[in-house]
Design a protein. Sequence first.
Lengths: 335, 544
Amino acid sequence: MKWVTCAALLGLMSVAQSAHADEKLTVYSYRQAFLVEPILKRFTEETGIGVNVVFAKDGIAERIAREGRLSPADLVLTSDFSRLVELVDKDLTSAVKSEKLNSNIPAQYRDPEGQWYALTMRVRNIYTAKDRLGPQAIRYEELADPKYKGKICTRSGKHPYNIALVASMIAHHGEADTKTWLQGVKTNLARKPQGNDRGQVQAVKEGLCDIAIGNSYYYGNMLQDPEQKSWAEAVVINFPNQTDRGAHVNVSGMVLTRHAPNKDNAIKLMEFLSGDVAQKAYAEVNMEYPVKTDVAPSTLVASWGEFKSDQLPIFKLAEYHQAAVKLLDEVQFDL
Amino acid sequence: MILGLARSWSLTGYAIAVLLVLPLFALLLQAAQPDEAVFGHLLSTVLPTYIANSLWLILWVSIGSLLLALPCAWLMARCEFIGRRYLQWALLLPLAMPAYIVAYVYTDLFDYAGPVQRSLRALFGWSSPQDYFFPDIRTLGGAACVLSLVLFPYIYLLARTAFMEQSLSLAHASRIMGCSPWQSFWRLSLPMARPALAVGVALVAMETAADFATVNYFAVPTLTTAVYDTWLGYGNLTAAAKLSAIILLVVFSLIGMERFARRKQQLFQKQSRIQASDLYRLSPVQTLLALGYCITLLVLAFVLPSGILLSYAIDYFEQSWDPIFWQLSVNSLSLALITSLVCCAVALILMFIRRVSPRSSDALPSRLASTGYALPGTVLAIGVLVPLTLLDFAINDIADWLRMTGPGLLLTGSTAALVFAFCVRFVAIAIGSVETSYKRISPSLDMVSLTLGQSPRRLLQRVHLPLLTKGLFAGALLVFIESMKELPAALLLRPIGFENLATHVFQFVSDEKLEHGALPAIVIVLVGLVPLIYLNRSLEQDSR
């Protein structure tokens, strides 16, 4: 029986290594840990407050809801707007009132009540093959144009970035027209939606398709990756709809959780993330557009030129989120 | 049989069994809740496609693995040719390969940008995908091929044994009565092997139904991926539980079919063993064909993928060989170790009770505990999380009531949930292994021990345990391997921020850069090879 006891003890030990509460902040992040870790390290150096960041691709809101008042999470970092709103809708956030946050982040990029704050902006660009199409004054609407039949590559329609784009289409054109548009885009696809945004650019390079939909910062990141540089060099980055409403913009952001164990320190971290140091790091390291107006984008990003962005209030994206998901299911976009 | 076996043994048995079937009931309860119409929406849009995909995949993989396995099994069981001794165990190697790794490697090879299509384009001067037709690997068909390649050894193993155990006099009789060798195979050997084939196909079908990683990577939406998306994407646990219930329906009907096929198994008791002299000697041409077939299969299913994996690992050794790799290995190994120890302990207790108890009802706990094997990882995760979360809150409520600081998420926030889930899923393996070993221990030993005045506990400790060591070890080993490989349950139940080899490798696979994660992938494959060495030994003994 001795080793049975041993087994039981081992089992208990595995339990015991669970989260014992300490003074460190816990950040649940939809963004990959390596993107935010350098910034958080600076925060720890400045304030002495340790930060434990854990990355999960999906299910953070679901997890926090389940963990309830026992959740160790203080802060959630998201990579798009719908996830911010999902957290607010599920009543998992607490309102933050901070002069610093309000002065750093322009009003259209934060919740009036302070439930969520945006940190960076990203454009949903349309990439075209440099040698086959060249720069195009393209509009999202044209993605459904039969002249591009078999030429478009995209990731899953159900990815938050694409859902937000569809939501913006619904906001501008209504559900019925958006459905027709989605059907058109689907018939134009060169292959079933798959992979990530970088994979689409790679597919253009390989000649599988001529048009790829992807976020702006991937272009910058790929140019700096020795392996992927040639992919990025095979495409042109286009800012869509410059002749009318402007390019669709999404935001990454943060919320303070409802049951955050270390609220005060968490707010300090939020203020730090909206400040000059962190905003500059977001711009330089990950090639995103900072929300803080006096922080300039990186030189590389600036070299893509000024562009007009869609002035649709960002909460509209959340409003049409469910409708967008439904339409994507109805046209069986991914199937 | 111990007439006076204390009730406390039975109670312990039932308590363990109830704990282990708890997830199944929790899942069904959850599925019975109303769910804000998400399920209805899915049903009216994409669900029919998901269900159809799942069923087609199960059908194609079953047929595919059957077709791959049958010739090998027959050749190995009834024929003699050069290299047979090596091939008979080498054909088991694909079992060590996680299907999603094979899927990744083949996608790399056969994708538009892969070497195969590139050289075809260079050869024929094609320049765009419109110029020629090439089957897309990221489809249902591609997934079926990949899964068949890694799952066919299950059928091969069972069919081979069945062919070996068939009475040779029947085969002789059929030949004397004028059947050609082919007729004898179709009309006699194959029908007689049917129960074994049914078991093999059912196993393959269940593994297919549980597969998450391959179909996820190929973007083929099936019920398992739908459970994942509905839970984490829609954030609706109840709708996910409803989908899980559909999967369970599929799995349990597969088990039902298997039971149905096996119902007359007694008829097939072996009478005489096939001797080496009975084997059919292949002619040189036949040998060439046989070798060609088996070797091609082996190369496609194991040699090629592991070779490519190895070359990735060498190219990216610098990046992979870091402290994180060690941390991941430690996480995987300790998780697997704890799981296999707990499973063995549980199996031992349950089987001991079943063996010595005079009450026939005491066989029930071990049967109940074995049902967990039928739950695919995604489904199991829901079933585990629901009751453990309740328990976590209860623990903290009690702590509050006692005015103590609560321990936080003691179960769901730690690896405890993972260990529990793995035990539910894999205890059946340990139970099976202990059961087989127990059959070899003569009941007279029990009687002697009791006559000499030993208590049941001493009987277990001093008589059974030493005799069961081998069976326990084999069981522990199998549970260990399965725990190393199990992906969906680990993905869904791990404490946030916890990674093991399987979740780490899968992350790289879904980011389309397995090259960087090849080293941990190789560790999973290598560990998976260990039980095959054991299987090989028992095969060798069989053929002697």
